[in-house]
Design a protein around this ligand. Structure first.
Ligand code: ITT
Ligand code: MG
Length: 198
């Protein structure tokens, strides 16, 4: 029987990232589209951790099983850490394209040296018989002046990864997982929960 991991997400790009990380470990990835399509979880927290815990615990309670959730975002130094926890809704509705347009406009007069940023990801794991646990991962980069690349999701086309000399949206899902905030968080989870992710 294939093991499965339930992720409290409705973001298809995020789900693909998780598949690249979990399938090699022998897990099938299941999202809210399959297990709770009607459930809307309002992200009322002010930190990645609060929102990740909220999403994981809400779905775990609903299903009575172990659930993982990811709350993530982009923190841009020249914008004092914005859009941060509001990354998905930066330009209003959840619209990746509009979010990038707004971010590039707000960065128009920022010099190359000041365009540093990082993706942040808090992953929470919740279940019926243990206390919710969280791990945190980051990925350093630079905000480009224009979009490039078609892989990934969200802000990937404007996030330059200096160590690979490519945009995040130019990496395969496997390459992204090896260096991303999400990959780094998952690797920590794996270290701390070897029995869950063996
Ligand atoms: O809450 P769920 O349903 O998981 O999906 P979401 O897209 O709303 O997810 P978040 O609330 O965690 O918001 C994260 C946003 O941050 C951005 N983001 C997070 N991880 C990213 C990544 O790996 N690449 C590009 N953008 C990312 C992107 O705009 C996401 O919509
Ligand atoms: Mg969300």
């Amino acid at each position: 029987m294939t093991k499965q991991v339930v992720i409290a997400t409705k973001n298809k790009g995020k789900a693909k990232d998780f598949e690249a990380l979990f399938i090699p470990l022998g897990y099938k990835v299941v999202t809210m589209f399959e297990v709770a399509p009607e459930l809307e979880i309002e992200e009322t927290g002010t930190t990645f951790e609060e929102n990740a815990v909220l999403k994981a615990e809400t779905l775990a309670r609903e299903l009575g099983t172990i659930v993982i959730a990811d709350d993530s975002g982009l923190a841009v130094d020249a914008l004092n850490g914005e859009p941060g926890v509001y990354s998905a809704r930066y330009a209003g509705d959840h619209d990746d394209e509009a979010n990038m347009v707004k971010l590039l406009a707000n960065m128009e007069h920022v010099d190359d040296a000041q365009r540093t940023a990082r993706f942040c990801c808090c992953i929470a794991i919740a279940g019926p018989d243990f206390e919710t646990m969280t791990v945190f991962g980051t990925c350093e980069g630079v905000i480009a002046h224009e979009k490039r690349g078609t892989n990934g999701f969200g802000y990937d086309p404007i996030f330059f990864v200096p160590s690979l000399n490519r945009m995040m949206a130019e990496l395969t899902a496997e390459e992204k997982g090896a260096i991303s905030h999400r990959g780094n968080a998952i690797r920590q989870l794996k270290e701390q929960l070897p029995t869950f992710m063996n």
